[in-house]
Design a binder for this molecule. Structure first.
Ligand SMILES: C[S@@+](CC[C@H](N)C(=O)[O-])C[C@H]1O[C@@H](n2cnc3c(N)ncnc32)[C@H](O)[C@@H]1O
Length: 362
C-alpha cells in the first residue's frame, strides 16, 4: 500500500511516480487479465501535464457524500475514480472508510493520485475496468484484506477532461483522430470499429441510441466514408441528415454516443459491474450509480428492481408466493436528479440520474 498515492506538490515527477504505481498494480493484474496491460512509456508529456489540470466537477456531490458519510468501518470502492472528486468528498466525510479507486484511464488515475495523496494509506488507486469488480478481493487483496465492502460508487460515462482533450476523439467539437477509447492502451478505436460493421449492424447500433429514420442513411454514409477523424465522421453524418430534419443539439450527438458505448463495451461493463457490486457489498452496504443517458439508466433501474424483489414475479394482487428473497432495498423509489442551481453551475449534471440501493442483511 505504501506510496499508492503521491503528494501533489512536485507535480510532474510525482505524477510519473503515481503512474509507475499504477503500472505496478497493472503488472500484477495482467497475470489475471490481458485487458489490464499498460505501458507507462506510452504516456506523452502532454498527457502528464493534462493530468495535473484535470478539471471535472463531481455531480450530485452533496447527495453522494450523504450516502457514504455514515458507513461503518470498511472499504468503499469508487469504480469510476476519474479525477477523484467524489472520492475526496467521501474520504473527508467519513473517517471510518478506506477507498479503492478504479479507473481504466491513465490520465484520470494520475490526477486522482495527486488529489488524494493527503489521505495516504487510506487510498489505493488501481488500473482496471469496473466490469472486473467481482474480482477485487483477489486483484487488490493487499488493500482490501478481509474488510467488508461497505459502499460502491459508479459515476458512469466519461469525464470532462476526456471530452475536452481534443486528442481523445470523444468530441464532435474538435477535429481529432477518431479514437474514443477510455483506455488508450488497448482495444479498437472508433475508426477501426466502423470498418468491422456492415450497414445493417451500424443502423441497429444507432437505433439503440435513439437515432430515428435517418439511421440507415447515416450508417451507409459513415461506412462509405470510413472516417479516420471526428471531423470526417461529423461530415458524413451531416451529408446523411437534411438540414430541415435536424433535431435540437448537434446532429452527430447520438452517433458519437453510440460509437463510444460500443468501443468501450459500456453495456457489458455496466451489467458486470452491477452484478459484481451486489454480490460484493456487505449487509447494510450502499450502492450508488449515476448514469447519464436513458439506456444506462434503464439497465440500472431494471437490475436494481430485480434485486429489490429478489426476482419475484408473482402478481402484486396475490402477494409473493414464490419465496423470493429481496437482496436490496431501494433508498429512493425514483432517480435523484440535479437541482436547477447545480445545473446552472455544471451543465453536465442536467442528464445525471442517481439511483441508490441498500444491501439487505442476510
Ligand atoms: C464521470 S467520470 C468520474 C468522475 C469522478 N466521479 C470524479 O468525481 O472525478 C467517469 C470515469 O469512469 C471511468 N470509467 C468509465 N468506464 C469505466 C470502466 N468500465 N472501468 C473503469 N473505469 C471506467 C472513466 O475513465 C472516467 O474517468
Amino acid at each position: 500500500m505504501k506510496g499508492d498515492v503521491v503528494p501533489p506538490a512536485r507535480c510532474s515527477v510525482l505524477t510519473m511516480r503515481s503512474l509507475a504505481i499504477d503500472t505496478h498494480s497493472d503488472t500484477s493484474s495482467t497475470r489475471r487479465s490481458g485487458q489490464l496491460t499498460r505501458e507507462i512509456s506510452s504516456e506523452s508529456i502532454e498527457r502528464l501535464q493534462m493530468a495535473n489540470n484535470f478539471a471535472h466537477i463531481p455531480v450530485l456531490a452533496s447527495e453522494v457524500t450523504d450516502f457514504f458519510a455514515h458507513l461503518p468501518v470498511g472499504v468503499v470502492v469508487d469504480a469510476t475514480l476519474g479525477g477523484g472528486g467524489h472520492a475526496e468528498l467521501i474520504l473527508s466525510a467519513n473517517p471510518n472508510v478506506r477507498l479503492l479507486g478504479i479507473d481504466r484511464d491513465a490520465v484520470a488515475r494520475s490526477a486522482a493520485s495527486s488529489r488524494l495523496a493527503r489521505f495516504g494509506e487510506r487510498v489505493r488507486v488501481s488500473a482496471g475496468t469496473f466490469g472486473e469488480l467481482r474480482d477485487i478481493r483477489e486483484n487488490a487483496a493487499d488493500f482490501v484484506g478481509t474488510d467488508p465492502i461497505v459502499g460502491v460508487l459508479a459515476d458512469l460515462g466519461v469525464s470532462s477532461p476526456q471530452l475536452d482533450d481534443p486528442t481523445r476523439g470523444f468530441s464532435f467539437r474538435e477535429d481529432a483522430p477518431l479514437d474514443m477509447r477510455m483506455d488508450s492502451s488497448t482495444g479498437f478505436t472508433a475508426a477501426e470499429l466502423i470498418t468491422t460493421l456492415d450497414a445493417r449492424e451500424l443502423t441497429q447500433l444507432l437505433r439503440e441510441h435513439g437515432e430515428g429514420r435517418f439511421a440507415p442513411a447515416i450508417a451507409r454514409a459513415v461506412i462509405a466514408t470510413a472516417p479516420q477523424t471526428t471531423g470526417e465522421l461529423v461530415a458524413a453524418v451531416e451529408r446523411a441528415v437534411p438540414m430541415g430534419a435536424r433535431r435540437r443539439g448537434h446532429v452527430a450527438t447520438r452517433v458519437f454516443q453510440a460509437l463510444r458505448v460500443r468501443v468501450n463495451d459500456e453495456e457489458g461493463q455496466l451489467e458486470a459491474m452491477l452484478s459484481g457490486a451486489l454480490d460484493l457489498l456487505a449487509p447494510e452496504g450502499v450502492l450508488v450509480v449515476i448514469s447519464y443517458h436513458s439506456g444506462e439508466d434503464k439497465v440500472v433501474k431494471a437490475q436494481l428492481a430485480t434485486a429489490a424483489t429478489g426476482g419475484c414475479t408473482c402478481p402484486v394482487a396475490l402477494g409473493c408466493v414464490c419465496g423470493a428473497v429481496p437482496r436490496v432495498r431501494l433508498l429512493k423509489a425514483s432517480a435523484i436528479m440535479a437541482s436547477d442551481e447545480e445545473i446552472a453551475q455544471n451543465p453536465r449534471a442536467r442528464s445525471a440520474r442517481l439511483r441508490v440501493a441498500w444491501k439487505v442483511p442476510a
